[in-house]
Design a protein around this ligand. Sequence first.
Ligand code: LLP
Length: 386
Amino acid sequence: MFSKETLAGFNTRKTPFYYYDLKLLKETLSACKDAANEYGFQVHYAMKANFNERVLKCIQGFGFGADCVSGNEVKKAVEVGFPSNQVVFAGVGKSDDEIITALELNIYCFNVESVQELEIINDLAAGVGKRARVALRINPNVDAYTHHNITTGLEENKFGINQWELPACAEYLNRAQNIWLEGIHFHIGSQITNLTVFKSLCVRVNEIKLWFEERGFNLKILNVGGGLGVDYYHPDENKIADFKAYFEIFNQFLDRKPGQEVHFELGRALVAHCGTLISRVLYVKNGIKKHFLVLDAGMTELMRPALYQAYHKMENLSRNVELEQSIMKYDIVGPICESTDCFGKEVEIGTSFRGDLIAIRTAGAYGDVMSSRYNLREQLEPYYTE
Ligand code: LLP
């Protein structure tokens, strides 16, 4: 929950806005770093989850690398201080300009998603007189048992190189002059809470790794992606994801040769809980069957509920539930002209009134970064406490 001082800060500001608890962010980063260090694992922060500059600087300060998915993310990572030899670049559709930008900045590695892309990177690297390090993103066909829209490692998904294309990749890598195979890369999905799926991933990584090693490739890195989920239902009880349990699975089930590095790309688990979307109730509409709270924040500020029916815990910060409120059920909606602009149906929350502050929790990952200007909405000014 929020301290009195933080609440006082909220009350002086124009809503809606994103609030970041940088102290919680640092505690989370430190927990992740300690757990990873125990096994000698390296973590690159998946910048797509949140590219707020202060958040990025904190993360960089803890020595994480950066996992980028656009030329602009690569440039931003380097700009805020991530050493370029700790920057990796993934994505199914890297443009020529983006590839050249990354080559010029001497990033560590490209996570390559097709044989066609290997050829383009090789040609562009030749053009600028460089040799690019690449990792092959391979589609492991492992089900992550998460929301359909955020599953990435099944054959029906657009991501990664299919296993039947590996001989063509190996053949090309053997003759390409301007690329160098650094390792293999996987990512099976996001918001994964059933950790046993990572065991299935390890089994598949071991098989594919062996396939390459039998063909004479020496893989320096095994990159197993991100995906560790967070508890959207209990943000106060489970503020920090269970990094130890997550890394322990890979430590136990991944075959590593001495000197072989294991890389991770965590996004959500690092930044989700430290962010909250703060908004105010504009109108309370009482219907016969339903009551609505109309907020000044909508799907333009936080798209996840409209896009994936994602749950975010909501709280009325202006009233004290225990002392003065009876619990009501409201459909909590935004002001946008779309029926899907709804943060939750039949949400149990204390009786609320115009002007009350409503916190939409666990919004630090895939929140502000996915916002849009639809309906010509205002750009938000974030608020921080250290
Ligand atoms: N690596 C790759 C290749 C990825 O595609 C992703 C996320 C990550 C790492 C980071 O995954 P994380 O640790 O955050 O789960 N907008 C959706 C999530 C999309 C995730 C896309 N890829 C949401 O709001 O739930």
